[in-house]
Design a protein around this ligand. Structure first.
Ligand code: CP
Ligand code: NVA
Length: 304
C-alpha cells in the first residue's frame, strides 16, 4: 500500500520521531560523505502552481544525493493548464515516476491527485497546510533543544497554512502550542477542533502576543499575506502590526528561546531585521533541515 504525506495527520507520533531520527542521521551522513544512494533509479516529480525556492531545491537536492532524479513540472507548462483533469494527470504520472510533490492553492487538488495516483503524493504546500516545513521544523527543535516533549511553542501572526501544520504537530505530539493572532485571522476552527477531538493537542489562544511568548522556547512567525493573498496585503499590514516579532516582544520570552521562520521573510513586517539576523534566530539551519527531513521522508515513502 502506498503512503501519502498530505498533512501531519498522515503520520503517527512514532513515525514522526522515526523520520526526525533518520533526518538527523542523514544530516550527519551528509557531513561525513556517507549518504547511501538508496533511491537509485527512482524519479521524483514536482508539480508546482506557486513559486518556491526552498521546497523545490531541497527536494531536488535530497533526491540527487540519494541517487535518484527529479522532473520539475510547472503547472502552466503541463496539459493541466489546458484543462486536462487532475484524475487523468495522477494516473498518467504514476506510470512515469515514483513519487510526486505538489504545491498548489486548493488542498482538495492534492487529495484528488493522491486518490488517483498509485505512487506516494507529498504536499509541498497548499492553502491548508505545509507539513514538509513543519516536519523539518520539528527536526530543528529536536536538534536545538534535544526534546519535543515539554516544549512550549508560540505561533505569532497569521493563523495560516503554517499555523495549521503546527496545530497538527501538537495534535500528534502533545506539546504546548500558544497561538496569538489578530481578530479575524485565527486558524480555522475546524483544524483546531480536529486537533482537540482526534489528537492530544495542548493549544492556547491568546489575544496578547506577550502572553503567548512568555513561556515559549520556540517562537514562530510567517508572512502576513501568503501566496494568493497579495491583494489583501495593505489591510493585513494594519491588522498585524501589534503582532510583529521584534526585539521588544522577544525580550518577553525566555532567554533560551529560538526564533523560527519558514522563509521567505518580509523584514520590517512580520519580523524585524535584528531578530531575524540575531543570535536567537535559527532560520538558516531551519532552511537547511528541509533537505535532510525530506531526504528521510523520501527514503521512507519510497521504500515502504
Ligand atoms: N518555506 C518554503 O516552503 O519556502 P519556498 O516557498 O521557497 O519553498
Ligand atoms: N504561508 C506562506 C508560506 C510560504 C512558504 C504561504 O503560503 O505563502
Amino acid at each position: 500500500m502506498k503512503r501519502d504525506f498530505l498533512s501531519l495527520w498522515d503520520v503517527t507520533r512514532e513515525e514522526i520521531f522515526f523520520l526526525i531520527d533518520q533526518a538527523l542521521q542523514l544530516k550527519r551522513d551528509w557531513l561525513q560523505g556517507t549518504v547511501k544512494p538508496l533511491l537509485r533509479q527512482k524519479t521524483l516529480g514536482l508539480l508546482f502552481t506557486k513559486p518556491s525556492t526552498r521546497t523545490r531545491v531541497s527536494f531536488e537536492g535530497a533526491m540527487h544525493r540519494l541517487g535518484g532524479s527529479c522532473t520539475f513540472l510547472s503547472v502552466q507548462d503541463t496539459q493541466l493548464a489546458r484543462s486536462e483533469p487532475l484524475t487523468d494527470t495522477a494516473r498518467v504520472l504514476s506510470r512515469y515516476i515514483d513519487a510526486l510533490v505538489v504545491r498548489t492553492y486548493d488542498h482538495q487538488d492534492v487529495v484528488t491527485l493522491a486518490q488517483y495516483a498509485s505512487i506516494p503524493v507529498i504536499n509541498g504546500l497548499t492553502d491548508l497546510c505545509h507539513p514538509c516545513q513543519v516536519l523539518s521544523d520539528l527536526m530543528t527543535v529536536m536538534e536545538k533543544k534535544k526534546r519535543l516533549d515539554n516544549v512550549v511553542v508560540a505561533w505569532i501572526g497569521d493563523g495560516n497554512n503554517m499555523a495549521h501544520s503546527w496545530i497538527n504537530a501538537s495534535a500528534r505530539l502533545g506539546f504546548r502550542l500558544n497561538i496569538s493572532c489578530p481578530d479575524g485571522y485565527w486558524p480555522s476552527a475546524w483544524v483546531l477542533e480536529r486537533a482537540r477531538q482526534e489528537g492530544i493537542a495542548d493549544i492556547g489562544l491568546y489575544e496578547d502576543p506577550v502572553e503567548a511568548v512568555k513561556d515559549a522556547v520556540v517562537i514562530n512567525t510567517d508572512v502576513w499575506a501568503s501566496m494568493g493573498q497579495e491583494h489583501e496585503a495593505e489591510k493585513r499590514r494594519k491588522a498585524f502590526w501589534p503582532f510583529q516579532l521584534n526585539a521588544r516582544l522577544l525580550a518577553k520570552a525566555p532567554k533560551e528561546a529560538i526564533v523560527l521562520h519558514c522563509l521567505p521573510a518580509h523584514r520590517g513586517e512580520e519580523i524585524t531585521e535584528d531578530v531575524l539576523e540575531g543570535p536567537q534566530s535559527v532560520v538558516f539551519d531551519q532552511a537547511e533541515n528541509r533537505l535532510h527531513a525530506q531526504a528521510a521522508l523520501l527514503q521512507w515513502l519510497l521504500s515502504s
